[in-house]
Design a protein around this ligand. Structure first.
Ligand SMILES: [Zn+2]
Length: 230
């Protein structure tokens, strides 16, 4: 599908932004390179990224080159059941209009279900919407499984005007170094943006009433907290 077609369908259901969650380490690499990057891009350029729960599936199902951009903020949407986003505490917010300015030859697709539920013999047309018409008939606001993915020729999706907007979780804990996790993460992200010549705005996440993230963060082990925040 063309980015322009996907844009108009998601705009019609009220989507305003696209989202990409990750660890502080991987997010710093994005800021240094002034754009979101596919896992393969980071690997091939020997840059830093942290392992993700979906890495094996991504390689198996051809998602290693893609950049996922859900129209939902998963933390906000499912926080009362699951708490924080499992991909990490750093959430990049992109204007939906980024789909209007994708690089030439970019492929844009939308999943029918989360790749977590895909199985090996499943046909492609069960995994991905096959046309803009099919997508338009099926999509409704708030469906977290229907995720936009883009494959740009370079594996990079540049931040428009070199500006990135981030919402950062505050676990209200200290890292094993003794530093406050939020302060450390914020400082690293700002330093990475400065090194890469990107402008970044970082907002502390304000959760909805009943969000379980603070309980879940309180239960994380020190190594896991260090892994995502430092
Ligand atoms: Zn929360």
């Amino acid at each position: 599908m063309e980015g322009v077609e996907v844009h108009s369908i998601f705009k019609r259901i009220g989507a305003t932004h696209l989202h990409h969650a990750n660890s502080v380490t991987s997010s710093c690499t994005f800021l240094e390179r002034q754009g979101l990057l596919s896992r393969r891009y980071v690997e091939e350029h020997r840059l830093k990224q942290s392992a993700q729960p979906s890495d094996e599936l991504d390689k198996k199902y051809g998602l290693w080159q893609s950049i996922f951009l859900p129209h939902i903020d998963i933390h906000q949407h499912t926080g009362q059941i699951r708490g924080a986003n499992r991909f990490g505490p750093v959430l990049f917010l992109l204007d939906l209009d980024v789909l209007l300015g994708l690089p030439p030859s970019t492929q844009t697709s939308v999943t029918k279900r989360s790749p977590v539920y895909w199985y090996d013999t499943e046909p492609e047309n069960e995994r991905w919407f096959q046309s803009a018409g099919e997508l338009a008939k099926s999509i409704a606001a708030g469906e977290t499984d229907k995720m936009i993915a883009v494959w740009t020729p370079s594996g990079k999706l540049e931040f428009p005007h070199r500006r990135a907007r981030i919402v950062l979780d505050d676990p209200q804990r200290q890292l094993s170094s003794g530093e406050d996790a939020y302060a450390r993460a914020e400082a690293r992200l700002k330093a990475a943006a400065a090194a890469g010549g990107a402008e970044v705005s970082i907002e502390r996440r304000k959760c909805q009433a009943g969000c379980l993230c603070s309980q879940k963060y309180a239960a994380w082990s020190a190594p896991v907290l260090d892994f995502y925040f430092s």
